[in-house]
Design a protein. Structure first.
Length: 282
């Protein structure tokens, strides 16, 4: 989520779509230097043909559910049905204050919003006498993945989500990863579900010259909203700054049962993709 130009967006989308990557993910921050998630996903839908597109994650309670349902369905249509919508409540009150949205009852409101979006996608009018809100998603629905951590959040996700995107590996470590995966699966079992949740996680990483400093600087800048002590502690833990470390992370995630690992680059330089391919041997 580094600042980037039109040329950067074009290059990253097209290079990722050329392979061998499975997905292209776009995050959301409001009070930050990143582009708008909806705009960037729409651009990716037009610039790619193969990869799945993910929002990781839409801070849904900061938005109107009907409006977001229409936007996401439109992106799904533009992409030919390749969208997965990761949603969550976020943890930054500044993002809510910036758009005039209440910070309280975030989880309960998101549960209600999920039901609203699925009604919109099914063709049900938003109120009596209104026309339906289109377009419908290509496959009739859009997969929903909950950005969650902790047993209560997992239990809520198991009521409506198709999977969980957890923060277990964001700094490159894997402490708690196996336990997190089992927590998701247990939540699905407790909810009486016999399907398997799609489980994903993300990791910041850096390769090439000054990788260590770049990774720590990125982590600190991203997390400084939570205070300098916390940001520094997390930055000091950031460890995916070499080919060996990145390969080890991928292997540990696969062994733990992670279905998809989102690699989050800390530079706008598109040559990082080539370095990543070389590091992973793909």
């Amino acid at each position: 989520m580094v600042p980037h130009t039109r040329a950067d967006v074009l290059a990253w989308c097209r290079t990722i779509d050329d392979g061998p990557w499975s997905s292209l993910a776009v995050p959301e921050r409001i009070t930050y230097t990143s582009h708008d998630l909806v705009v960037e996903l729409a651009a990716a839908a037009a610039l790619t043909e193969r990869v799945r597109l993910w929002s990781t994650i839409v801070v849904l309670p900061a938005h109107d559910a009907v409006d977001m349902a229409k936007k996401m369905a439109s992106i799904d249509v533009l992409s030919g049905g390749r969208l997965t919508m990761g949603i969550g409540v976020g943890g930054r009150e500044d993002d809510y204050r910036a758009v005039g949205a209440p910070f309280n009852r975030r989880w309960a409101r998101m549960d209600e919003q999920v039901a609203t979006m699925r009604k919109v996608w099914s063709g049900e009018p938003p109120f009596e006498g209104a026309d339906p809100v289109g377009p419908p998603p290509v496959h009739g629905d859009i997969p929903l993945v909950s950005g969650s951590m902790g047993p209560k959040a997992m239990a809520r996700a198991a009521q409506w989500a198709d999977g969980v995107d957890g923060p277990w590996t964001i700094t490159g470590g894997t402490v708690g990863l196996i336990e997190g995966v089992e927590m998701v699966r247990q939540a699905w079992r407790d909810a009486g579900r016999d399907d398997q949740p799609h489980i994903s996680t993300s990791a910041w990483y850096a390769l090439g010259p000054d990788a260590g400093d770049r990774l720590k600087g990125y982590a600190y800048d991203y997390l400084r909203i939570f205070g300098p002590d916390f940001a520094q502690a997390m930055a000091d833990r950031a460890s995916s700054n070499s080919a060996e470390a990145l390969r080890g992370l991928v292997e540990e995630c696969a062994a733990a049962g992670i279905d998809e690992l989102f690699l989050v680059p800390t530079t706008a330089d598109v040559s990082e993709i080539d370095r990543t391919r070389d590091a992973l041997g793909v």
